[in-house]
Write a protein that binds this ligand. Sequence first.
Ligand code: NDP
Length: 293
Amino acid sequence: MSKVRTVALIGLGAMGTALAQAFIRGGFSLTVWNRTAARMDVVVKDGASGAKNAAAAVAASPLIVICTIDKSVAAALLQQADVASSLAGKTVVNLSTGSVDEARAISKFVESSGGSYIDGGIMCYPRDIGKPATSVLYSGNAAAFEEHKEALAFLGGNVRYLGSDPGTAPTIYLALYAFYFGCVASFFEGAALAERAGVTPEAFRETSKIMLEVLNEALPDATRRIKSEDYSGEQASIDVHHAGQLVVRDAYKAENMVCKVTNAYIAYLERAQKAGDGPNDIATMYRAVKSTP
Ligand code: NDP
């Protein structure tokens, strides 16, 4: 069981409301505050206490979870004089999206106000909050994380603490979403082309499992090659990938459709070719991605 059974939650949008409900289900004594007061009604009906302002919420608990639209809103709330003056001895867990610099600056502010700061990134939609397999990334004050990790596990059972630098969790969070949404966008591009052949998005999704399996094999191979600098192109060279992708692009052109992900992929392949990696494995594209524009 968590050592701390009292939580304050600031921000009750789609995600904050799901977080609140997870704490309520977990039996926590929960105080909430949201700028638009009416949004507190649902969770107050479920057993939370509604605070009259952010300072009152912060005063009500040793653990404060913030889930506002972005980190700049979270920072502005924490810097309100009546909030800042009651941060001493409290732990702030900020799950709002924002930059790495913002995370470090908020951490500095909270810690210099006598509080402890943990930054975080939620790796799911609200519907998956509270599930054992759901991942939430954290980094920041190690002692505070140790103290509150059982409470935080109620939000997502796969609790990933990435170290004491509050900038680590937002960096990995942003990188993972770049990866995920690149996949989502390319899935939609594929589905749109498939539809021209009468295949529904649902049927294409079923067929796309073929490529998820290929991806599951390809990513470990690529990272192994990057680590060992084994770029031999015996499977399929950058040049072979490039020739194939021009055919993919032509298929979209023939249908008068956009294919921005394919175009981006071709651009990376051409950077790799320019660097002399044409005969080498696709893993060399990583160098093209990292090279300065
Ligand atoms: P919503 O738009 O549903 O909610 C935004 C919240 O921020 C509301 O509580 C809103 O208050 C508050 N807010 C906005 N501006 C201000 C302000 N100036 N002062 C005080 N409060 C303010 O967003 P979500 O709940 O979906 O997202 C919250 C955070 O979680 C974001 O950083 C998002 O990137 C992150 N996240 C969301 C995911 C999702 O699937 N939804 C997934 C992973 C992360 P009010 O009600 O008054 O407008």
